[in-house]
Design a protein around this ligand. Structure first.
Ligand code: CUA
Length: 347
């Protein structure tokens, strides 16, 4: 006996449609928001713009494919749906025209994707000829070391660059694989032990561009942030001039600084891991602290650099940043306050 409905039953449009509509609206609304400092959709360098142009080209192409394919699917669903008295479509086998078409069309689409992709890859592979500011980037668990070999600068976690000047980064790792990622300036580039990678960009305008490590590198991976601070060339030069000097203590709370300094070089044991140029501190395990007071954050972007936060950090680095390799030296509250005052004076 033939079953007239072939097992299908007709479901009237009901609540589920409402739910789906509400959910879609919610998903759409989630895209609205304010300022996204790490949005790669707002490129601010030549390299990021090349990648963005490629992305947008492919996006519109993909949207065209989506509309055609989903449109055909919808037409098929609506036109050939089961209806009382409707004529059944006949099954067919083979159609040379269709088969040739759906082989050639995707091949042509792939050419329109492949050629611009290769051209972009070649364009952003090596920096353009000319003077580029060379910076060595070393990944550590869980902070960034920046060396400017031509300027005699070593700093950490905040990469200062001049606007409109190409920066040529050479990236390597001191331990495990990390990935340098500042979305508005360039794509991700891995820092691989035993190997040097290259990344370059020319920043369009002054500003602070946040980024982060983009390769899981251990327990504090999520707290391995980086900031690129792009400045007008004259501001950058002033910064570079100050940073290339040996440590200078800024006048302020001399009494605290005095005690803090003696703890730093004595009981604190800080000098076994940190360097302060112009002093006997020459440790290389932790960040260079010669001008730590001039940085805007501490702990690779975990805290704003204020005396209170610096004291928190020195008191218990693991509480602020779990997994952190910095040792808890068991200092008292007064001692941490003094060490923080000393570090803060290093401008
Ligand atoms: Cu370094 Cu993740």
């Amino acid at each position: 006996m033939a079953d007239e409905t072939h097992g299908y039953s007709r479901v009237p449009v009901q609540r589920p449609t409402l739910w789906i509509a509400a959910l879609s609206l919610l998903v759409l609304a989630a895209a609205c928001g304010g300022d996204f400092p790490q949005s790669s959709l707002r490129p601010q360098s030549d390299v990021a713009r090349s990648i963005d142009d490629l992305f947008r080209g492919i996006f519109w192409l993909a949207l065209g494919v989506f509309v055609v394919v989903e449109g055909a699917l919808l037409v098929a669903i609506v036109r050939f749906r089961e209806r009382p008295g409707a004529e059944r479509p006949k099954p067919v086998h083979g159609n040379t025209v269709l088969e040739v078409a759906w082989t050639i069309v995707p091949a042509v689409i792939l050419i329109f994707i492949g050629v611009p992709t290769m051209l972009t890859l070649w364009r952003i592979d090596r920096p353009p000829q000319g003077e580029a500011l060379r910076v060595e980037v070393v990944g550590h668990q869980w902070w960034w070391e920046f060396n400017y070999p031509d300027l005699g600068i070593t700093t950490a976690n905040e990469l200062h660059v001049p606007v409109g000047h190409t920066v040529d980064l050479r990236l390597r790792s001191d331990d495990v694989v990390h990935s340098f990622w500042v979305p508005r300036l360039a794509g991700k580039r891995d820092l691989v032990p035993g190997r040097e990678n290259q990344l370059w960009f020319t920043v369009d305008s002054a500003g602070v561009y946040p980024g982060q490590c983009a390769e899981f590198c251990g327990i504090a991976h999520a707290l391995m942030r980086v900031r690129v601070i792009a400045e007008e060339p004259d501001v950058f030069e002033r910064w570079a001039e100050l940073q290339s000097r040996d440590a200078v203590e800024e006048p302020g709370e001399e009494a605290l600084v005095e005690t803090g300094r003696s703890i730093f070089f004595g009981a604190g044991g800080c000098i076994s891991c940190h360097t302060i140029r112009g002093t006997p501190a020459a440790g290389v395990l932790g960040p260079d602290l010669t001008h730590v007071g001039s940085r805007s954050t501490i702990g690779a972007g975990v805290l704003r650099n204020t005396p209170a936060n610096m004291a928190l950090w020195v008191k218990d680095p693991h509480d602020v940043k779990p997994g952190n390799l910095m040792l808890n030296m068991g200092l008292s509250d007064e001692q941490t306050r003094d060490v923080a005052a000393y570090l803060g004076s290093l401008r």
